[in-house]
Design a protein around this ligand. Structure first.
Ligand code: NI
Length: 257
């Protein structure tokens, strides 16, 4: 059985069928999925869905794209939402210099503040880092004292070298559809560098659709294609990669059953 550690059933493309998707996960070999928020409305939607379905968990936070919307009120609201036992992480938070939808200084501020918030709340952080690995490294190491509950680099797109660097923080690394792409050499090298006990799988659906469905809307059940590819790269059986990564998910997300 596989855990999809990062999906957006709260996205408008999947939300209309989110209940049906949740109910069908088990039959497709997926024991649970974490629905991830990226702003306040999507974080609230993730918690509502998680409260409704035993096999859905929630991560709540403000994405770097939306960092301009982060303020004291939103952090208060995140703290209140985190009292649900189904909230397993603060995320996705981080830095995105590819789109720069919020100014970088504001992204960094919201990132630092939510790292501290996660520590106060006793939750791990789920990070979205894109084209900003050096600044992310600096912020994480400066705030090392707040990283007491675990760090996950979602949709890991950094180098094998950065796997070693973040490994000093005992970080986990999640891989998704990108490892199935034809030009995945860089991601495959990184995947090979991750210790097996720090590896997670995800879809990031409706984004990052794996081969052979590229161009279509991604869905949680396509995680089997990610698992197959990861197993092939690492020389493991497909069932073993499911077991290993599910065990890792439960170790990192301590509220997950
Ligand atoms: Ni995401």
């Amino acid at each position: 059985m596989i855990v999809d550690t990062h999906c957006h059933l709260n996205d408008e493309r999947l939300a209309p069928e989110a209940d049906a998707i949740a109910e069908g996960l088990f039959d497709r070999g997926i024991e649970s999925a974490i629905c991830v928020g990226y702003d306040m409305p999507s974080s609230e939607a993730a918690v509502r869905l998680a409260e409704k379905h035993e096999n859905i968990y929630a991560a709540i936070g403000i994405h770097p794209h939306d960092a301009v919307t982060a303020d004291y009120d939103s952090y208060e609201r995140l703290a209140t939402l985190s009292s649900s036992s189904k909230v397993v992480a603060i995320g996705e938070i981080g830095l995105d210099y590819h789109y720069d939808l919020s100014p970088r200084a504001i992204q960094k501020g919201a990132f630092r503040e939510q790292i501290e918030l996660a520590d106060v709340l006793g939750l791990p952080i789920a990070l979205h880092i894109r084209e900003a690995y050096e600044d992310a490294r600096q912020i994480l190491f400066e705030n090392r004292g707040y990283l007491n509950n675990g760090v996950l680099l979602h949709c890991y797109s950094g180098s094998a070298e950065f796997v070693k660097i973040f490994g000093e923080l005992d970080a986990y690394f999640a891989f998704g559809g990108a490892i199935t792409f034809n030009n995945a050499r860089h991601n495959i090298e990184a995947l090979k560098a991750v210790p097996h006990d720090r590896l997670l799988l995800e879809t990031d659906c409706p984004y990052m659709t794996p081969v052979p469905f590229r161009g279509k809307t991604n869905r949680p059940e396509y995680i089997t294609y990610v698992a197959q590819k990861a197993a092939e790269v690492l020389g493991l059986a497909a069932t073993d990669i499911g077991d290993i990564t599910s065990r890792n998910a439960k170790r990192l997300f301590t509220r997950m059953k």
